[in-house]
Design a protein around this ligand. Structure first.
Ligand code: 13P
Length: 259
């Protein structure tokens, strides 16, 4: 049984003061919510403050990126070991914004996934096709390449400690989410690949989240799909009320598992 998970990706948003308020509001809004795992991923600068705000709650802390080396001459980078020190449990890796705008390549994502695992962080590996790739019929080819490369050299056991996020680029920040059927089809395909890369048993335990214009209004229908194990939320995670609304939809799914 896969416990639903909702992850907030705040991206490059929020002053320290705003981050403190938002984290506290989410914490208070979810005090009585059960059956769903929640992780907030603020910018690096707000990690310590958000860790303070979440102390004593069940909400986890995550980061949006890390370097693959533990330390060294890598100006501007932050290592997995440093994130662990701040209390992070999870790290988002291979987000399409980093791939597109910062030139992050599959082999770097793979090094990061392995570093995260080595340091006990849960890698949240993001994959997803562009609108052009989808129109060319390359959706499966694209996500397959990203998944195989991202998990290259990772043992079956360690694959079981990863989380995958399917985030079609055309759905990110556009207000146009993938339909439940579109997302479900890709999630099923990814799970098939995970069976091949690890085993059927391991693949059944790996959570595959959907990301791209998730909001309280569409969360229930997306999360109703047996293959969709949760959400990776960008814009709607920047308001406590909308993020809490999404988490509550996932909690309903957690309380009424489909499988
Ligand atoms: P939006 O929810 O703003 O579409 O962003 C999705 C995303 O990129 C989360 O990582």
């Amino acid at each position: 049984m896969r416990k639903p998970m909702v992850v907030a990706n705040w991206k490059m948003h929020g002053t320290l003061a705003e981050a403190r308020v938002l984290a506290a509001q989410v914490r208070d809004g979810l005090r009585r919510t059960r059956g769903v795992e929640v992780v907030l991923c603020p910018p690096f600068t707000a990690l310590a403050a958000v860790a303070d705000a979440l102390a004593g709650s069940a909400i986890g802390l995550g980061a949006q990126n890390c370097h693959w080396e533990a330390s060294g001459a890598f100006t501007g980078e932050v290592s997995a070991a440093m994130l662990v020190e701040l209390g992070c449990r999870l790290v988002v890796l291979g987000h399409s914004e980093r791939r597109q705008h910062l030139g992050e390549a599959d082999h770097q994502v793979n090094l990061k996934v392995r570093a995260a695992l080595h340091h006990g962080l849960v890698p949240l590996l993001c994959v997803g096709e562009s609108a052009h790739e989808r129109s060319q019929g390359l959706t499966f080819t694209t996500v397959e390449g990203q998944l195989r490369a991202g998990l290259g050299g990772v043992s079956p056991d360690a694959i079981g400690r990863c989380i995958v996020a399917y985030e079609p680029i055309w759905a990110i920040g556009t207000g146009v989410n993938a339909t439940p059927a579109q997302a479900s089809e890709v999630h099923g395909y990814l799970r098939g690949l995970l069976s091949e890369l690890a085993s059927k048993e391991v693949a059944q335990t790996v959570r595959i989240l959907y990301g791209g214009s998730v909001k309280p209004e569409n969360a229930a229908e997306l999360l109703r799909e047996p293959e969709i194990d949760g959400a990776l939320v960008g814009g709607a995670s920047l308001q406590a009320a909308t993020f809490v609304g999404i988490v509550k939809k996932a909690a309903v799914r957690g309380a009424n598992p489909k499988e």
